[in-house]
Ligand binder design. Structure first.
Ligand code: BGC
Length: 503
């Protein structure tokens, strides 16, 4: 049954309709990515600051800057990161919604919230509107990031699940890139360029909203809600074959087990749920401790720090954005062939070396006061950042979302995945909030700080992360957790008992 090699575990054929569903759902990633990319740029625009944060603007004008302490301002960082706090709480609500009303409706709600967020922030006349807008964006991101990766993992045939799920991350990276390009142009449009930047967020929201009338509900979600007939019809439609009995029966039996669990969150706290939960949370925490968002949010500031002019710095940020997109494609091609672990481990080596060398160059050549780096050195730093982003983009970026969406049994899947989403949001918030202050205080040492975390996550992946390539999503307990050297000790009761324990 296709556990080895690249054989499908169950019958399936690619259908155009399926491909369309994947792409539409992945627009949820575009909403998330666009926001990651847009906020830093908008908060750097003087017109925006003058309108909503006049004191910050004043201080920016008169600030005594040193090379490592450019725009360090907590209030402004809070504007960027507040969205992640809203998303953190929203992901738990989304978990319940995904179970009760399904993945498709949760995706539709996410798109509506995102459109509302774009309207409120782009049309913002005071801080209250702006904050409400950010909260709508945040809830939209929380809903979308919970529902979309689950949707993709559930509709994909198991032998292509990695690639299909990574479409989400691919669209995240495209969103970041588009936002960087948009900011580049709108920053020159006075006085309302920032409004345009924020308004464009409605485009992926609208695309997702319209698309949500085209996509199907996942068979898992239908069967979970006892719509067996419909579940089977949809399964035939998305698999492109008539003989889906084996897969259907397997989802039904997973769902019967799941039905017995009345309190998924309580069940998650049981010993036997710990392995996927620990993996899900740590993958997301580590993903943020690679330091990626220090680059994604603040690349232009960082590149100015090393001595590039304003335009060159923005342009370099566009280049790293492009590298991010292209390298994610590499992950799509490789993840179901070489597996998850190889990608994660290789990238740790690549990211460790680049972060350490960047740290060393800055430590030696960039003092707080006085000259910035020479032009040649600044180019080397940009190149190293590109190699670093490459590593992230084919490993911890996509796999931080993929693995948690595919490793929980059905009874705890939405609840467990909510922990992954909220851990992502919490640590994105912390890094967004703290990075500029950390850069200001730790100076070049901040790169060694991230490099040290990369060693820790490498060891974690080496010893604790099981390979999930090609394993059908509802057979993870038997084929993965019960077989793993460390995690099997948590799983020594049989599946049935585990379900009973969670009632
Ligand atoms: C992460 C984001 C990050 C992005 C960069 C995503 O997987 O969750 O925090 O900004 O990748 O491409």
């Amino acid at each position: 049954m296709g556990q080895n090699g690249n054989l499908p575990a169950f019958n399936s054929k690619f259908t155009l309709y399926m491909g369309v569903c994947w792409i539409i759902a992945a627009f949820g990633g575009l909403m998330f990515g666009y926001d990651i990319g847009i906020s830093g740029g908008v908060t750097a625009m003087d017109d925006f600051l003058l309108k909503f944060f006049p004191e910050v603007y004043e201080r920016k004008l008169h600030a005594k800057e040193d090379n490592y302490c450019k725009y360090d301002n907590q209030l402004l960082q809070l504007f960027t990161s507040s969205l992640y706090l809203a998303a953190l709480f929203a992901s738990f609500v989304a978990s319940k919604l995904c179970t009760v009303i399904g993945r498709k409706w949760t995706i539709r709600l996410a798109s509506l919230l995102f459109i509302a967020g774009a309207a409120l922030t782009a049309g913002g006349v005071n801080l209250i509107m702006l904050i409400f807008g950010r909260i709508c964006f945040g809830i939209g991101v929380g809903f979308g990031n919970e529902a979309v990766p689950l949707f993709l993992s559930e509709v994909a045939p198991s032998n292509h699940r990695g690639a299909v799920n990574i479409l989400f991350q691919l669209f995240v990276t495209i969103g970041i890139l588009i936002a960087n390009i948009v900011n580049y142009f709108t920053s020159k449009m006075h006085p309302n360029g920032w409004r345009l930047s924020l308004a464009i967020a409605a485009v992926p929201g609208l695309a997702l909203f319209l698309g949500s009338f085209v996509i199907t509900e996942t068979p898992t979600s239908l069967i979970e809600r006892k719509k067996y007939e419909k579940g089977k019809t949809v399964l035939k439609k998305i698999r492109g074959v008539n003989d889906v009995d084996a897969e259907f029966d397997q989802i039904v039996s997973a769902s019967e087990m799941a039905q017995q669990v009345k309190h998924p969150f309580k069940k998650l706290m049981k010993l036997s749920s710990m392995p996927p939960l620990i993996i899900a949370i740590f993958l997301q925490v580590f993903q943020q401790f690679t330091g990626i968002n220090a680059i994604m949010f603040y690349a232009p500031v960082l590149f100015q720090t090393v001595g590039l002019g304003n335009d060159a710095a923005l342009l370099s940020a566009v280049i790293t954005g492009l590298v991010n997109v292209i390298s994610t494609l590499v992950s799509i091609l490789l993840v179901d062939k070489v597996g998850r672990r190889v990608l994660l481990l290789e990238a740790c080596v690549q990211m460790f070396i680049t972060q350490s060398v960047i740290g060393a160059i800055l430590q030696v050549h960039l003092k707080s006061h006085g000259n910035t780096l020479g032009h040649g050195q600044a180019i080397v730093v940009v190149l190293l950042v590109c190699i670093y982003v490459m590593g992230f983009a084919w490993s911890w970026g996509p796999l931080g979302w993929l693995i948690p969406s595919e490793t929980f049994p059905m009874e705890t899947r939405t609840a467990g995945f909510a922990f992954a989403v909220s851990s992502n949001m919490l640590f994105t918030f912390l890094i967004a909030q703290a990075f500029l202050s950390m850069l200001c205080h730790m100076k070049a040492m901040i790169f060694f700080f991230f490099a040290a975390w990369i060693v820790i996550m490498g060891l974690f992946a080496l010893f604790l992360l099981p390979e999930t390539k090609n394993v059908p999503i509802d057979l993870m307990v038997e084929r993965v957790w019960k077989q793993h050297r460390v995690w099997k000790k948590f799983m020594n009761d049989d599946h049935k008992n585990r379900v009973e324990a969670g009632r």
